[in-house]
Every structure is written in C-alpha cells, then in structure tokens.
Design a protein around this ligand. Sequence first.
Ligand code: WTA
Length: 651
Amino acid sequence: MTPTPPSTYTPTEDFVQNAHVDAAKYDVLYAASIEDPEGFWREQGKRVDWIKPFTQVKDVSYDFGNVGIKWYADGTLNVAANCVDRHLAKRGDQTAIIWEPDDPKDPAQHITYKDLHTSVCKMANVLETLGVSKGDRVVIYMPMIPEAAYAMLACARVGAIHSIVFAGFSPDALAARINGCDAKLVITADEAPRGGKKTPLKTNADAALSQCADAVQCLVVRRTGGDVPWNDARDRDYSKLSEGANLTHTPAEMNAEDPLFILYTSGSTGQPKGVVHTTGGYLVYASLTQEVTFDYHDGDVYWCTADVGWVTGHSYIVYGPLANGATTVMFEGVPTYPDASRFWQVCEKHKVNQFYTAPTAIRALMGQGNEFVEKCDLSSLRLLGTVGEPINPEAWTWYNDIVGGGRCPIVDTWWQTETGGHLMTPLPGAHATKPGSAMKPFFGIEPVVLDPASGDEITGNDVEGVLCIKDSWPGQMRTVWGDHDRFEKTYFSDYKGYYFTGDGCRRDADGDYWITGRVDDVINVSGHRMGTAEVESALVAHATVAEAAVVGYPHDIKGQGIYCYVTLMNGETPSEELRKELRTWVRSEIGPIASPDVIQWAPGLPKTRSGKIMRRILRKIAENDYGALGDTSTLADPSVVDDLIANRAET
Ligand code: WTA
C-alpha cells in the first residue's frame, strides 16, 4: 500500500489567482460534467472548429457484446486545420514548435504557425502524390524531428490514419506493426541521433520491409545526411519530392468518428494491440486537458519531454498543444547528454514555463546530484508534471524542492494510451497535492474502486481495489484495430458495465486517488509499458529456450525491471555467454527497452496441476519476498519453488 504522505502542498496565492480553474470552479464544473455530460461536452465541443457542426454529442454503450463509443458523431472537421490553419490569422508569426536538437551545439529551430502550415501542406501534397488518401494507413518511424510532427499532421490533413512506431523498436517489431495495420507507406529518416549515438532507422526500416508486401513504399527524410541503402523500387526521397510540392493544400473533411491514429500498446496477453483513436472527441479531449491540467496560457512555452512514439507525445507534444495555439518544445535528445543538466539547460535556454516528464527521468537525474540543476536558471518554470508510472515520494519531493524551487505545483497525471488524455490529476490552481497521488478525476470522469473478487463497487474512503471508469469521455479509444472482440474482452468483460483500466488504486481518507500499479501481466519499465507475454514469446523463440516466465520487480531507477525465469532445452547448458546472447536476442526481437535485467536459469517453473504457471510465486521470488509466498500446495511439484529461491539471481 502507498505510504501516507508527509504533507500536502498548496499552490501559491499568485498561481491560484491566475489559474484557469480554481477550487470553486473545479467543484462546479466537475459536478456539472457528471450530472449532465451531454451539456458539458456539448459546450466543450466548441473548442474546435467544425466544418459541419455536430448536433449529437454522446452515443455510448458499455454493454459487453455490444460496446460502441461515439462522440459528436454527425460533425465533420479536420485535425490539421484545427492545429495549424485556424491559428494563422491571429498567431501566424508565433512559434508553434521549438525544436531542440540532440547536440546542444547545433542550432534550435523556431517554427512559426505559418512555417508549420507550409511544411504540413507540402508533406500532405507529397503523401497524395504517393497515392495516400483518406483511410489509408501510414506508419511513422522517425526521430524526434519537426518532420515527425509534419508527418502526423499531414496524415491528418489528407485523412490517412497514422501509426507511429517508437524509433527504439526493432525491425521485427516494426514489421509486425506495418503488417498489423496493412500500411501503404512507411515514413522514416536516414538516421536518428540520440545521446550522441545514431540509430540506423532507414536500415532498420529496410529489414522490416523485407517482411512486408512489395507494394509498401518508404518515404525517407534526411536528418543526418548519412549514407543509407537505397532501393529505387520502394524508396522515395522526401527532400526531392518536397522541393516542387505545392505550398497549400485543402484539408480533407473528416467525420468525427473517422480514425485519426492507431497506436500499438502492450496488454497482458498476446502481441501488442492497435489502439484506435478517432478525430473529433480525441481532439476536444486532448485540447481541454492540455490547457486545464498544465494551466497553459497564451504566450507560455510548454515542454513535454516524451517521444512521439508514445501516446504522451501524440496528445501532449502535438495534438493538444497545437490545437490550443501553444508553443510546444520538441526535444530530440536524452536527459543525460552531453551531461545530466541537459533538461535544465533546455528549460533555461527556451524559458520553459510548463515542464512535463516521467518519474524514471526524475529518479535518474536525482541520482546525479543537485548541482546539475542548481547551475541553471529555472525561474521561468511555473508548473511541473509527471506521467507514465507511479512517482515515489522521494523523487516527487526532489522534483518539487530542487527543480521547482518549491513554487511550482506538480501535476501527477494518470492516464493510458487507451484514454487519449488525462483521467486523473490534480488541477494545479484547484488542489493541494500529495506526493505520489493522482488526486482527482478530470471533468467527466467517474472513477470507481471495485472489489476484484466480487466486482462490486467499494464505496466510502480509505479503500483499495481495482480501478474502473463508469462512463465514457470523448478521448476514449474506440476499438482495437481489426479486432473489436478483443477490445470488448480486454476492457469490458471482467467488470460488466465499466471500462476496466488494468490498474489498482486506493482512495484515501480524504477521497483522493493513488494508483497502486497494474493488476494484470503488464509491467512498466522506465515508463514504457510492456506485456510480460511479449518478452516470454521473444525468449521462447530462441532455439535454446524451452520455456520462459517473465515478471516485474522493483528497480530504483526504472520503477520496474524485467526478471526472466528461463528453462533451457534438454542438453543445453547455462552459461554467461548464453545469458548475454538471450539479452541481445530479446533486444533484437522487440527493442532495447525490453532488454532483460535479470535472467535466472530455472530447471522447472511452478505450475498448477493443470499446467498453469503461478506467476504470483515468481513475482514474490523476484521481489525477494519469500515470507508471503502463500499457498503452494496446489503446485504440481512444490520442490521447484525451493530450487528457484535457492538460485535466485541478484537484483
Ligand atoms: C501507468 C501512459 C501511476 C498505469 C500515459 C497505466 C501511471 C499505464 C501514471 C499506462 C501515473 C500512467 N501514476 N501510474 N501518473 N500514468 N501510469 O499506456 O499503470 O503507456 O495503466 O500510457 O501507465 O501506460 P501507457
């Protein structure tokens, strides 16, 4: 259970005075959003420009077997027009994107809304030249460069559905995603500089494309100008094609419920699933949460350090901020290059007002010492945010005291790829915060704590259980790409009538929420979500491995580390070399983020008599917590457990 916090932190008088939402306003708006969701979201729907205004607001069924989610279903709009064109009159010369390159010696770029318009139109025209049109799928496999944002917006402009694959994923993982959504085109770059090293993106894309249909084309943006292999039949050079491209483009008229993007994410079983977000509701939700949670005001410089390969990059680097006409920072590098002060130097250089990052980065930087922070002028910072995993109170307090100088509210935002935007977070001008608590539901969100066994709602405070959400919100995912049954089964079958989040949670004595972590077989490694089943299937794909079971264990920096129990084929001998080889193997099957931290050789795995692996026991051993192994009498061979304990690997 999460420890009781030492204290609560109240926003300054000054912050509250200027905030979009103070405590009284939160109470009124929250109550209104729950009592009359139609009325609330009808009003919020006006945040975006519609081509044909909607008359319907909400059409939702959570009934298992018949789940359907629609918002603003008869309206039409274009997301790129909302994120770019509609700002031209008022803020054409304002910076839309500040791009900070990997190497601080290289110049930053300030891209105005006018520039952004030209670049997005050019890319939209190039996409159309390549035969991409409404409803086609385009995979984006890019470094954190402005062209990644142009590519997203260009897809939205022509009505194509993008699916971004994080540039750290391996060729195999990329191929699975290209094939999974039947993409027509892959947009990539020659190389991705990161932390002074270069990832050979084009070479990776080639390896992936060798596993895909010949018809899939590859559009290559030049980032480093490095030499890359070229296949005239498949590859298209963006610099050449964009040279003569038209500088204007008429955005496609999209229905509110047309898909905007697919993003693959891990679940507790099987391979990653394609989360589908649609056009109207997603944009309304991303825009509202970006403004309110971060208390974004005109003229602010806002920085979310995520990668566009994750949902955070979609909603809070690109779509939310640009829909609001904000100035958003896009950073190509890593927090520790050239040294551990990089984040803070970028904050100083661009006078960042709102800074949003992951707890794992905070923990890593905290370990480097305060001088890296203190040598930078962070007086521009007004608000800090975290996302992706629970933040421990020590890291929270360091972030608050050392980075925020004690004057910046911290918004600990809990949400998921599936939710499109924040579902729980303190609002910075409305709520006193508690280190480690996601505090309060956002407007329109009704969290419920359920008893995992009975599925009944647990009412009252100071309770713990499984976290579900009672009703829909506009940013909710609509389906799993190509597999609506899987969507229903994953999110609506265990607890009928609710959206099941997969997280556990506690509602404390004051009624504030604390996320306690996943209750399924998903682990969270450095804020990256991973299915243990994916790592297991990568391991057993190796010729020497007979069986594997993977669990998470507490890790000081990463939050959770990856602990693998591996049973070798008969006749194979465990060795350090084999351990190394298996690590490399998993990296190449999935990507470096899935690299096993610990591999323990397991002559046998604890199984029930029906052959089911008892992960609860494996988790306890990995956590070094044998006292609480629970009942092992149902195991087929209880002696397996003693062997695993005796040979537990150091963590
Ligand atoms: C976890 C990232 C605690 C949670 C936006 C969730 C968090 C999963 C928080 C989704 C938070 C995210 N506190 N846990 N503030 N934010 N999580 O899809 O377990 O990559 O279910 O979305 O991350 O991860 P995803």
